[in-house]
Design a protein around this ligand. Structure first.
Ligand code: TEU
Length: 549
């Protein structure tokens, strides 16, 4: 296994990173232009969201050709240039592999629709039940039923996401062969890793049945077959190159499964994303609601995942933000008063943790949600459906709007804020999604001149490469009864590290273990810190103390 555990991943949403030709959409040339910036930050892996040909119903997660480039991002030659240029900066790319479903415009689905039996077997096609009901009662993750009429036939096809995203039947060996060829195609282009979209949904049963208790999630998630397919894919593709880093996006998963997905000796994946810690502001597990985050639940989740993954030898992908989430700063921090302190505290919480940290573009400058005030500004299919559903459920337009503002995926998809120039320096054309309201104050130029969040991230990323304990230490929860601090200890045979993170704007204190009174202050987000037995912590204060045994 390579030294991936010392690396930090940066996530680029290509559509919104940097537009070089002023068509309003980010592109490869824009990424090439910003490689020195990424290098300065210190990241060594960059995950690119999908850039393949796509009708863009779900912003590229509806792929119509796996082995080509959507012209709005550039050409294959430009992609090859991007890989070569990035290599000069010691940066490799992780590509987004959306292998659970294809766009209904993909050739496979089109041939199936035209009656080709070979390709019909690529999908889940079922007739209605005898009473005329849909084949199962499963609900699409983007709202509405998970089944749609298959052309003019009396069959239905399964789509766990949008109606234009048809689920692929991994039970069919021809499907697996085609998909493994896709992975190999991109390996030959010199990419250094893969992020597998909703990969724990590929193990569906042979006979699909109604879910007696819910929306179908537990009927198709984390099925044992997922492990078999991952092992098969590992052998058939990336397993032959130990330097390739892989991460699985695991929807509604469990620790036990994530240990198995990521334990080195099982030869499945390098690490796994789970989302439990980002549902702590959901009311009754429901995303489209408003609720302040539940600290006790967050603390319990970070500790349980940290400890159990450590003891089980699994490996977590650590993150607060991605292209599906509103900005963590808006969810967890009083940004009116403590944006900078809060941004650093959140960063330290995951960057000193056990697992691989991911930085979502703009996080390193403390970007915020855009604060759109009308539905016209939203593009995301999930948000638009959610608004309609909220209204249909009896919410007032004002209430529905407030919920969308807080929860929409477009919150993180707005253009990267490079400067205070027009369109935040992202494009001189009209951006595909409007820029956020804060760009005059919050942008890369201002941050590098006068800010301190970028430098803080830079230091955390460098520390991970320098101090073995950050990648190698085990995870022990600390001060677990604190009402506002998430604290943990990392330990190897030679070193020890304690990290204290105050998640509130009010002051508090934590009793330090005696040995750390002689520790070295490694990371802090306030200028003056005096280490004491009963350690006071100011608003959103973070402290890390290090010692050699
Ligand atoms: O997301 C998986 C997923 O489960 C999402 O539905 C997620 O829970 C939701 O966006 C949160 O509101 C992946 C991709 O990251 C996402 O962008 C795609 O839309 C989705 O798969 C379908 O490919």
């Amino acid at each position: 296994m390579s030294n991936f555990k010392q690396k930090t991943v940066y996530q680029i949403y290509p559509k919104s990173f940097k537009d070089s030709n002023n068509d309003g959409v980010g592109d490869f040339a824009g990424i090439i232009e910003k490689l020195p910036y990424l290098h300065e930050l210190g990241v060594e892996l960059v995950w690119l969201n999908p850039f393949y040909p796509s009708p863009q119903r779900d912003n590229g997660y509806d792929i119509s050709d796996y082995c080509a480039i959507d012209p709005r991002f550039g050409t294959m030659t430009e992609f090859e240039q991007l890989v070569a240029e990035a290599d000069r900066y010691g940066i490799g790319f992780m590509l987004d592999m959306v292998l659970n479903h294809v766009s209904t415009e993909h050739e496979w689905f089109q041939k199936a629709l035209a009656g080709d039996k070979y390709y019909q077997d690529f999908f889940f096609l079922e007739p209605a039940k005898e009473n005329g009901d849909l084949p199962t009662n499963w609900v699409s993750k983007f709202g509405g039923p998970a089944w749609e009429k298959f052309g003019a036939t009396d069959q239905y096809y399964l789509h766990l996401f949008d109606v234009t995203q048809a689920d692929l039947n991994w039970r069919n060996p021809n499907v697996r062969k085609e998909l493994f060829d896709v992975v190999r195609f991109w390996m030959k282009k010199g990419v250094k890793g893969f992020r597998f979209d909703v990969i724990n949904l590929i193990g569906k049963d042979k006979v699909l049945l109604d879910d007696p208790t819910g929306d179908g999630k537990f009927m198709y998630t984390d099925k044992p077959l997922v492990h078999d397919y991952l092992q098969e894919m590992n052998v058939a593709t990336f397993g032959e190159d130990v330097t390739i880093v892989t991460v699985g996006e695991m929807s509604s998963t469990t620790i036990e499964n994530c240990i198995d997905y990521t334990r080195e000796d099982r030869h499945e994946l390098s690490m796994a994303f789970n989302f439990h810690h980002l549902k702590v502001d959901y009311q009754d597990g429901e995303k489209w609601t408003l609720k302040p985050f539940d600290f006790e639940e967050l603390k319990m989740l970070l500790h349980t995942w940290g400890k159990d993954m450590s003891e089980g030898d699994g490996w977590n992908a650590l993150f607060w933000n991605n292209h599906d989430q509103p900005r963590a700063l808006n969810r967890f921090i009083d940004v009116e008063n403590y944006r900078v302190e809060g941004a650093k505290m959140l960063a330290a919480t995951i960057h000193l943790n056990r697992g691989t940290p991911y930085v979502y573009m703009g996080e390193e400058i403390g970007m915020l949600d855009p604060g759109f005030d009308t539905m016209e500004k939203y593009v995301d299919v999930e948000s638009i459906n959610a608004y309609d559903n909220l209204i249909a459920a009896g919410n007032s337009p004002e209430m529905a709007m407030k919920i969308i503002q807080a929860k929409s995926r477009d919150n993180s998809r707005v253009p990267m804020q490079w400067s205070s120039e027009v369109n935040a320096g992202f494009s001189e054309g009209t951006p595909w999604l409007e820029v956020g309201a804060s760009y005059k104050e919050i942008n890369v130029v201002t941050e590098l001149e006068t800010g301190s969040i970028f430098r803080f991230y830079q230091r955390l990323i460098a520390l991970r490469k320098e101090l073995p304990i950050i990648s190698m230490g085990d995870y022990q929860p600390y001060a677990t009864d604190s009402k506002q601090v998430i604290a943990y200890i990392r330990e190897t045979a030679e070193e020890k590290l304690i990290v204290l993170n105050n998640f509130y704007a009010t002051e508090t204190e934590v009793v330090l273990p005696e040995e750390f009174l002689a520790g070295e202050l490694l990371v802090q987000n306030y200028a003056h810190v005096a280490i004491q037995k009963v350690q006071p912590l100011r608003a959103y204060e973070t402290l890390a103390l290090y010692l050699k045994k």
